[in-house]
Ligand binder design. Structure first.
Ligand SMILES: Cc1ncc(COP(=O)(O)O)c(C=O)c1O
Length: 344
């Protein structure tokens, strides 16, 4: 029999019971739609407690929209967004950022999912040249798509570089909770205080069900965002149900507990599978993902019981993700199955 939980994605997990309870509790009577409701006001208050009272926060349904619309607010179509070649915005959003912003995305090769000032500076050229797109945004993902986490200094350096070159720093924070707890920082310390201008704040991978937000740390950057969101088809009529989820994640530090747990499970998984001779851990396990190179012949056999993604077929690289609901037992059983399978 297949196990109830797999290691494919933190998106494959269900909804945290407390989030579900909050949705159910919000399911009382009628409230005004489109965000003019007490649940949204309460959630926004909590965002402000975390990030500062002078932010603007906009709920959306998914991470692709948070990224795409956040970038749209910062750019004109003749401008460009510099990102890692493995960035979700570049590889996994079906060209939505390009379609909606009109901007060229400039992908940069990385060894560990992270941009550096040096790598970004190579892509920063053609300024003032009418034939060339004009770099306007540096977009980083925290935690990265390879399970690594930018150090505070690395983010600060990129923010400074961006500012000095008339660019903005956008952070895809689909897993910002995992990154913040990994760094031992508050959400604000991990983002705004390091110079991030716009944050895609992820709720879904942290235990919500389709709750993401775009946060602007400078209100001047989003004078028209209400319209951008609506035109981008991301204005929820029953917004209270998105907002109630954030409220739940911010209550009693549920966001932190969920992220800490998922990270700890990934650490456990790393410790278990690295004992297996045929398994090579490819990147530092700093959040909730483990990337491993395993014998090609084992992949199909493993997939028969557990669903996960092959990240790079050529390199026989697989991704194993942990979630808020992954148990120690899940990890141990999976690791034992990997050991058994690769050894065959
Ligand atoms: C790094 C990253 N950014 C953004 C997203 C959000 O994507 P979606 O539009 O599926 O919510 C994901 C989801 O897998 C992700 O891994």
């Amino acid at each position: 029999m297949k196990p109830a939980r797999s290691f494919a994605s933190d998106n494959n997990a269900g909804v945290h019971p407390k989030v579900l309870q909050a949705v159910s509790a919000a399911n009382q009577g009628h409230v005004v739609g489109y965000g003019d409701d007490r649940y949204t006001q309460a959630a926004v208050r909590k965002f402000k407690q975390h990030f500062g009272s002078d932010i603007e926060v906009f709920m959306v349904f998914n991470g692709t929209a948070a990224n795409t619309l956040g970038l749209k607010a910062l750019t004109e179509s003749y401008q460009a967004v510099i990102c890692a070649e493995g960035a979700h915005i570049y590889t996994d959003e079906c060209g939505a950022p390009e379609k909606f912003t009109g901007c060229k995305l400039i992908p940069i090769a990385t060894s560990d999912g992270k941009l550096t000032v040096e790598s970004v500076s190579h892509a920063y050229h053609g300024i003032g040249d009418q034939h060339h797109v004009q770099p306007r945004v540096v977009s980083i993902t925290q935690a990265t798509e390879l399970g690594t986490v930018y150090k505070p200094r690395e983010v600060r350096d990129l923010a400074r570089f961006a500012r000095q070159h008339n660019m903005f720093l956008h952070m895809d924070g689909a897993r910002i909770a995992n990154a913040a707890v990994s760094l031992g920082l508050t959400l604000r310390e991990a983002t705004r205080d390091l110079g991030v201008d716009v944050l895609s704040f992820g709720g879904t991978k942290n235990g919500a069900m389709g709750a993401e937000a775009v946060i602007f740390f400078d209100k001047k950057l989003c004078p028209d965002f209400l319209y951008v969101r609506k035109q981008g088809m991301q204005l929820a009529s029953k917004m209270r149900f998105i907002s109630a989820q954030f409220d739940a994640l911010f209550t009693d530090d549920l966001w932190r507990k969920n992220a800490e747990h998922a990270n700890r499970m990934a650490g456990l998984l790393r410790n278990q599978v690295r004992k297996i001779r045929q398994v090579k851990i490819m990147y530092r396990v700093e959040a909730n993902g483990v990337f491993a190179q395993i014998p090609r012949r084992a992949i199909a056999r493993l997939l028969k019981r557990y669903f996960f993604y092959v990240w790079n077929e050529e390199e026989s690289l697989v991704r194993w993700m942990c979630s808020f609901d992954t148990t120690e037992e899940d990890v141990k059983q999976f690791a034992a199955f990997v050991a058994e399978t690769v050894g065959v």
